[in-house]
Design a protein around this ligand. Structure first.
Ligand SMILES: NC(=O)C1=CN([C@@H]2O[C@H](COP(=O)(O)OP(=O)(O)OC[C@H]3O[C@@H](n4cnc5c(N)ncnc54)[C@H](OP(=O)(O)O)[C@@H]3O)[C@@H](O)[C@H]2O)C=CC1
Ligand SMILES: Cc1cn([C@H]2C[C@H](O)[C@@H](COP(=O)(O)OP(=O)(O)O[C@H]3O[C@@H](C)C(=O)[C@@H](O)[C@H]3O)O2)c(=O)[nH]c1=O
Length: 288
């Protein structure tokens, strides 16, 4: 497992995205890991030759796939592109990991579920995505399971951080220019700090218990997008300056699951971790 420098060598794809940047931020806390970050322009996962080229000169113990097509609305209009990246790109990575004996850590989503349940989704629940993004992500998961035995698929939900595009940043930005915000109450899930997920992923590599498979990781608790927006504005001291309105009819192209809370008991047991409550991590994050 260890290379000559005695460090665990890791390839990170899509490193300029939200999660990729969270990993770069904490890299220095993990001195036994050697992370190699590849942005989309340096490694396009849909290009098999480009992947081969990276592995020609190097070998990696782990590949963390942070690359993905993540625009839920746009995926309805260009589903081919979503599938190219989230299915074909992932297949390419899985095939390379198989050939090169690398362990693949892949990130998937709560949007693989249809939202008809009213209790948290477990890893055993059958996915049934209701939008193109979710369908393309499920197709990627299936490729990995067909090709590889040594993989961790980590489904997570409602990621936010200081990096990239996310609901948290959108709300803060809107609050600077708008006096009234209307937010949907028609979906329930769990906001998850992408920094917490990044920490979990690197801890998982250190633990390396070889208990491969699908895992659900999110912060704990549940919220509607309205609850999330209210908490963001409250903790950042902006709730008094803005009118926040509820709606159950916010217009979107893509359908989203009404309920997509993930059950995180498996990850708690197998990795003896206890993900922090969503409001608590949000307040710690905003008060730093
Ligand atoms: N954001 C969320 O709420 C959630 C995300 N996830 C999953 O987590 C993963 C990371 O998400 P997040 O960091 O938020 O997403 P981002 O959209 O912030 O980052 C995705 C990255 O992938 C890159 N990328 C796109 N196409 C390719 C390609 N063909 N080859 C290489 N890189 C590519 C993008 O680069 P460029 O910008 O140059 O296109 C971008 O840097 C994704 O797989 C996503 O599906 C799961 C649940 C929730
Ligand atoms: C900006 C805004 C959105 N909304 C609604 C639209 C939508 O139903 C819901 C969420 O909005 P967004 O489009 O920002 O979030 P969305 O892109 O659906 O977020 C998803 O991204 C992908 C990548 C995932 O994997 C999921 O886990 C999830 O995080 O909030 C409002 O009601 N008011 C607003 O002002």
């Amino acid at each position: 497992m260890y290379n000559e420098s005695n460090k665990i060598k890791i390839l990170v794809t899509g490193s300029n995205g939200q999660l990729g940047q969270c990993l770069q931020k904490i890299e220095q806390n993990y001195t036994s890991l050697e992370l190699h970050f590849y942005k989309s322009k340096d490694l396009d996962i849909t290009n098999k030759d480009a992947i081969s080229q990276v592995f020609k000169d190097d070998s990696f113990d782990f590949v963390i796939n942070c690359a993905g097509y993540t625009n839920v609305e746009q995926a309805e209009k260009e589903s081919e592109k979503a599938f190219l990246i989230n299915e074909e790109g992932v297949r390419n990575l899985a095939q390379t990991c198989k050939k090169q004996n690398s362990i693949l850590i892949h990130i998937s989503t709560d949007y693989v579920f249809d939202g008809k349940k009213e209790t948290p989704y477990t890893e055993e629940d059958i996915p049934n995505p209701i939008n193109e993004y979710g369908k393309s992500k499920l197709a990627g998961e299936q490729c990995i399971q067909e090709i590889l035995e040594t993989f961790f698929i980590i489904r997570t939900s409602w990621l936010y951080s200081e990096f990239g595009h996310n609901f948290f940043k959108t709300i803060l930005k809107k609050s600077e220019t708008e006096t009234e915000l209307t937010i949907t109450t028609s979906q329930k899930g769990t906001p998850t700090n992408a920094n917490d997920l990044a920490t979990f992923i690197l801890d998982l590599i250190l633990i390396n218990n070889q208990k491969y498979g699908i895992y659900h990781f999110s912060n704990s608790g549940e919220a509607t997008w309205y609850d999330f927006a209210k908490e963001i504005l409250s903790v950042s001291g902006k709730l008094d300056t803005i009118t926040l309105k509820k709606t159950d009819n916010y217009p979107t192209f893509a359908q989203r699951p009404k309920y997509s809370v993930l059950n995180i008991i498996k990850i708690k047991h197998i990795f003896t971790i206890s993900p922090i409550e969503w409001k608590k991590t949000l307040s710690q994050f905003l008060n730093k």
